[in-house]
Design a protein. Structure first.
Length: 224
């Protein structure tokens, strides 16, 4: 199976150039031309991220800080900045390497291959789901938005994970209760309604959206 490379750069010509070259080298590529497009593509579990620093809005350093807590794959900065302090800042934010413009595509391929070999030996991966600006790390059981973590109880997170991994499917309260509490649990499915009310309140306060949609007379679904 081909390694997946996520390329994040606000210049579309650059992402297309790097994507074409890496595909010729046998990699599967994904392109993003903004920070939020890049975050949305984390769900596809890239094996390596090529990240431009000089982007408008959320620059590459800040974006690296946001996503580093959710993915362990190598992050390779591409930038015209060449000062020693710039390199120190990038590494402190969670980057693994720098390649400065202008650079040869052969050098880029060599850096990519070296980091993939090193990361394969380490063998660590995190499972991440995204929905809009929401980032859910299934390994660490955390939910965050714009770099800030949103606190949820264990059962609240279980409900989020269940609905999100089955996005756009509708489940009634009984099905959710049986799935997460077990068939032999003592209690009733009314507790699901209360948990969902709390989840919606926290998401509304942190993100301004609710994500969990009520399908009247049927149940609930995660609406992307």
């Amino acid at each position: 199976m081909a390694y997946k490379i996520l390329i994040i750069d606000d210049e579309k010509m650059m992402t297309e150039l790097l994507s074409d070259h890496l595909q010729e080298s046998g990699y599967e590529t994904m392109e993003a031309n903004s920070a939020w497009e890049g975050i949305a593509l984390l769900e596809r579990k890239p094996d390596l991220i090529i990240l431009d620093i000089n982007m408008p809005g959320i620059d590459g350093l800040e974006l690296c800080r946001i996503i580093r807590g959710h993915v362990s794959c190598p992050i390779l900065f591409v930038t015209a900045r060449i000062t020693e302090q710039d390199k120190i800042n990038g590494l402190q934010y969670g980057g693994d390497d720098y390649i400065t413009k202008p650079f040869s595509l052969k050098e880029l391929s060599a850096r990519v291959a070296a980091h993939l070999r090193r990361d394969e030996r380490r063998g660590e991966r995190h499972s991440v789901l995204t929905s809009g600006e929401l980032v859910v790390d299934l390994s660490d059981r955390t939910v965050s938005c714009r770099g800030g973590e949103i606190p949820f109880s264990r059962k609240e997170f279980d409900i989020i994970e269940f609905l999100m991994t089955n996005a756009n499917q509708v489940f009634d309260r009984e099905r959710i209760y049986e799935e997460l509490w077990g068939y032999d649990a003592e209690g009733d499915s009314g507790v699901v309604k209360e948990h969902i009310r709390k989840i919606r309140g926290k998401l509304r306060e942190a993100v301004g959206e609710e994500y969990i949609e009520t399908v009247w007379g049927v149940g609930y679904k995660w609406s992307r």
